[in-house]
Structures are given as C-alpha cells and as structure tokens.
Design a protein around this ligand. Structure first.
Ligand SMILES: [Zn+2]
Ligand SMILES: [Zn+2]
Length: 277
C-alpha cells in the first residue's frame, strides 16, 4: 500500500483533471492520494465522487504563506491534510489567497502590456486556464509562451514572471503561523512542504512552527537529493515531527512526464498521520 501525498490538479496549476489523476494513480497501484491544490479545495469533492472506493482520496490543500526570519522573507508552502472542507474560516482564507492571486496576475499582465504592446493578454484568458480559479505564475507563463512560441518555458518565466523581473508585483499573502493555525482549526494536520525553501533557517524555525501546530515536514520530495531527504528525516525525528512525502505532480506538460507516484510513503507512515486526526 503506497500513498502520494502531494498532487496538483487543474483546479490550480496542474494539467490533469482529478479524474485523470485518479485513473493514473490506480494504474500506478497507489492506494491513497492527496489532492493538494494551491489555495483551493474545489477538486476534492469531484475526486471523492469519481474515486468512490477504488482509491482513497485524502482531502488536502497547499497554502502559500509569508515567513520573515532575520529580515528575509520566505514564501513557505504549508500542506493541510484531512482538513474539514466545509470549515468556514479555512474557506474564507483560501478565498483571500485566490483573490490575491487574481490581483497579482492582473497587475503583472498590465505591466507586461504597458512595456511590450505585442503582449496583451486578457485576465479572463488566464482564469479560463484554471477551473478552480486559483490562478498563478504557471498559468501566466504558459499564456505568454503561447505568444512567444520560439522561447522556452524557463526563459519566459525568467523574463516575465520571476520575482526579479521588471514586470513582477508582490502578492498579498498571510503569515505562516496564521496559515498553520487555520489548518489546525479546520481539524487538519499542518505539514511544511519542500522545506528547502527555508534554507538554513529551518532548524531555528521549527520550534516556532511546532508551537503553532505544525505536525510534520515533507521529507520526500522530487527536489530533494538523497542526502537532503536524510537530513530532513533526521530533523523530523529530532523535533518529533512526522516525515511525509509526495511527488508534487503537476501532470504532464509538453515533454515533461507526470511524476505521480514516483515519490510516495508507506502505510505505516500514513497511519502515523491518521493517528493525529
Ligand atoms: Zn509547493
Ligand atoms: Zn505543490
């Protein structure tokens, strides 16, 4: 029995529908999957309805958050597992994040159009790309790439979308501790996704996060080398936190194969998570 605890659908910036995800996960012989879209839980009910008893769907979400440490701002992603998808406070917070995504995307498009008049993209084109309306930089990059087919995805991202780009504007975002607290109050289990975003500040920050209700760190992630996985695994042990993992699959895109199921955790690990519910 294996579980992939980090998957994005086209309700945020994934390319696959939840039905595609369920079908593929069954083919990969997974027994549990967490649909963990950015700032939206819209995909969970359709996934539950489609999966029925063929595979277990874990209700989840990945929420962006702002964490300042030593005068450095970090954009940390917090995963929430087994959340109550009807919790009003959580739904309100997710709506705040989606509106912030919309405002940021609209402003970036305006900045691009004001400098490069051949690159006028309507915000509705972007929202059409995400059925859950949790739009973001991936959608913007793909829309610009369509107008500049000679360029690569990476170069478009670097030129137009990256935070160092002249077109970039900051997104309104809530503090990490508030996000962790909201997940807990929605009966969820809060886990720090891909902790390398926090670099060397992780060790000093974990006790603070734990105090606010963090239960685990994502040890196994495609961007972590074996050494890094071991480092995070030991750190999870040291701080008495759960070690989770997932593929962070965003579906297939051009030459990129879907990574779903490539990183998974076993049932014993999942049970440790379930015991916290
Ligand atoms: Zn993430
Ligand atoms: Zn993710």
């Amino acid at each position: 029995m294996t579980c992939d605890l980090h998957i994005h659908s086209n309700y945020s910036d994934g390319t696959w529908s939840v039905e595609n995800i369920v079908d593929y996960a069954i083919k990969q012989k997974l027994t549990h999957i967490a649909i963990s879209d950015h700032d939206t839980i819209s995909g969970i009910k359709p996934a539950l309805n489609y999966a029925k008893d063929k595979i277990e769907i874990i209700p989840a979400v990945e929420i962006n958050s702002l964490y300042s440490f030593d005068s450095i701002n970090h954009d940390l992603h917090i995963l929430g597992y087994f959340i109550d998808i009807n919790n009003k406070n959580l739904l309100k917070q997710l709506e705040f994040h989606r509106q912030a995504r919309y405002r940021q995307s609209k402003k970036i498009l305006e900045n691009i159009a004001s400098i490069s008049s051949n690159l006028k993209i309507d915000i509705d084109t972007i929202t059409d790309l995400s059925i859950g309306q949790s739009i973001g930089t991936a959608h913007l990059t793909k829309a610009i790439l369509k107008l500049l087919p000679g360029k690569s995805l990476e170069s478009v991202y670097a030129e137009f979308i990256n935070s160092k780009s002249k077109y970039y504007v900051i997104r309104d975002i809530l503090p990490t501790l508030e996000v962790i607290d909201t997940i807990n109050k929605a009966n969820g289990i809060a886990v720090l996704a891909h902790p390398m975003y926090l670099g060397h500040n992780l060790r000093k920050s974990l006790p603070i996060f734990k105090k606010y209700g963090l239960s685990g760190i994502e040890v196994f992630h495609p961007n972590h080398s074996n050494n890094l996985c071991k480092y995070y695994f030991d750190m999870a042990k040291e701080f008495n936190l759960l070690a989770t993992g997932g593929s962070d699959c965003h579906g297939p895109y051009n030459e990129f194969e879907p990574s779903l199921g490539k990183i998974s955790i076993n049932m014993a690990n999942l049970n440790r998570l379930k015991n916290l519910i």
